[in-house]
Design a protein around this ligand. Structure first.
Ligand code: FAD
Length: 141
């Protein structure tokens, strides 16, 4: 922890204990505190831990979707552009796979936008195919 952060914690009267935590202590199935490497137990009713987030990529490796690192060691995500488009044709991404910090409302909106874009691309492809067929002499369906 750098001096700036220590100063900010001190200004809010937050105590910093540098000793490593070795064990979560439970009492009757509920959190009671944490045991430090020196053996002391610090009583606590709540515990917050910093995690490193990672997009779920299992089963998708074969698509070779480009990934990128988030700033400040926050994790990795699928790289995407407007409406969730990716560098891989036919693949869109939305939600935590491409933005690990968004919550449900934004995830649903990103999914809806990707869906609308997919629909537009498919409609344009159908029109391209119909135009090609018409120019080749076929009667429009
Ligand atoms: C502890 C915690 C608390 C949170 N609290 C809130 C909150 O209070 N309010 C809020 O709005 N948001 C909250 N969020 C965030 C919210 O959960 C996410 O923003 C949201 O679930 C992301 O939706 P998603 O569809 O992108 O991903 P997910 O919900 O992770 O859905 C992805 C799905 O894809 C499946 N999957 C993965 N790989 C494959 C594959 N290869 N084939 C088929 N399926 C696959 C997974 O099993 C999963 O079911 C919280 C998140 C966490 C971790």
């Amino acid at each position: 922890m750098d001096q700036d952060t220590r100063g900010r914690f001190a200004a809010r009267n937050i105590r910093v204990i540098d000793t490593a935590v070795t064990e979560i202590v439970a009492d009757d199935g509920a959190l009671a505190g944490v045991r430090l490497a020196v053996g002391t137990v610090v009583a606590r009713r709540l515990l917050a831990v910093a995690t490193q987030m990672q997009a779920r990529t299992e089963g998708l490796d074969g698509l070779k979707l480009p990934m990128e690192d988030l700033p400040d060691d926050m994790g990795r995500r699928f790289a995407s552009a407007m409406a969730g488009t990716t560098d891989v044709p036919g693949v869109w991404v939305a939600g935590n796979a491409t933005d690990l910090t968004v919550q449900v409302g934004a995830v649903a909106a990103a999914g809806a936008l990707a869906g609308a874009h997919i629909n537009a691309v498919l409609a344009a492809a159908d029109t391209d195919a119909a135009l090609t067929a018409t120019q080749a002499g076929a009667t429009p369906a």
